[in-house]
Ligand binder design. Sequence first.
Ligand SMILES: *[C@@H]1O[C@H](CO)[C@@H](O)[C@H](O)[C@H]1NC(C)=O
Ligand SMILES: *[C@@H]1O[C@H](CO)[C@@H](O)[C@H](O)[C@H]1NC(C)=O
Ligand SMILES: *[C@@H]1O[C@H](CO)[C@@H](O)[C@H](O)[C@H]1NC(C)=O
Length: 380
Amino acid sequence: MPPITSALQILTLFSICLPLANSIGFNYPAVFNFGDSNSDTGGLVAGVAEPLNPPHGQIYFQNPSGRFCDGRLIIDFLMDAMDLPFLNSYLDSIGAPSFRKGCNFAAAGSTILRATASSVSPFSFAIQVAQFLRFKARVLELQAKTKKIRKYLPEEDYFEKGLYMFDIGQNDLAGAFYSKSYDQILVLIPTILSEFETGIQELYHQGARNFWIHNTGPLGCLTQNIAKFGTDPSKLDELGCVSLHNQASKLLNLQLHALCKKLQGQYLDANVTYVDIFTIKSNLIANYSRYGFEHPIMACCGHGGPPLNYNSRVACGRTKVVNGSVVTAKGCKDSTEYVSWDGIHYTEAANQYVSSQILTGKYSDPPFSDNMPFLLKLKF
Ligand SMILES: *[C@@H]1O[C@H](CO)[C@@H](O)[C@H](O)[C@H]1NC(C)=O
Ligand SMILES: *[C@@H]1O[C@H](CO)[C@@H](O)[C@H](O)[C@H]1NC(C)=O
Ligand SMILES: *[C@@H]1O[C@H](CO)[C@@H](O)[C@H](O)[C@H]1NC(C)=O
């Protein structure tokens, strides 16, 4: 082997083991977000006109804010850290919302793969991307026509300089477990990611240059999945999470990470950041007491009491007749003690913890340095 090759190999090895921390400035004029309930700030509620009831929003917004949470989501904390206002939903037209600093296309229940008649959300990833294209076209058209509404809309160059965030794919896996075998789900993963790549390519061709991609969390640790698929203890791992669900999440994430690497190599004039939410959330669930939580799995807002306080027939804040008796899924006394808000979504306290970990820069590829001034803004 010629010496030059081994020198190169050593260099390559070195850069794999010691990735240089990028100092991402976070000077983005706007954010365009795509996703599901993890980052939905009102899309599904506006789009399908099915309201959320209290106690949603109780800890921060004081009323249901369109978020499946007692308060703020990860995206809200990230916007705050970037000194940008909370994102308004593309679908929410009431009250002349400002889209100056960005727009949120996320809708709860959305999948990467096309929605079917039984989907919770019709706004799957390709639709969200199409909505973005219309948004951009309309903004450019209006910017050229009238100065009056300029302050509510992004400037033309925000589309290139803005940050494009993604948190989607969890529902593709979660839904598949209801009708498919594990082997069939594994076969489906490349199809899911190929559809995701198509959307990313479309946005790149439209001028997007900064991509921020969250991987999927430990699906098997969601109360909903433990209640449905974890009744047999042999199906659970040492954390009490459904093993196969978490294995599927890990496999999706491996392939998503590989896709991000491929895009990093392909789009030399762009930034593609992959963020490992799975590791952050697993650590939170495993070591919850160290981070100030008392309940890693049991839902705060639900019905049925310990150990899960989850009833798939009664969603948080709803009242229903179950087995002849009236049942309400109520909130717990102190949601800051809980990781799980409603059995499917995380509490604001958990979201704040996850955000603080994202902002250390240690869980992204490429990593970024953690000595940025905006970190001081995130009190934790
Ligand atoms: C990528 O990120 C770096 C560091 O924040 C920034 O200087 C650069 O402008 C970004 N590239 C693009 C294409 O926006
Ligand atoms: C929990 O914390 C221990 C000690 O820091 C760590 O080794 C372990 O990886 C954590 N668990 C998870 C699932 O991250
Ligand atoms: C309803 O009653 C049946 C029969 O008593 C019982 O098996 C089932 O668990 C009950 N369902 C709920 C949601 O309480």
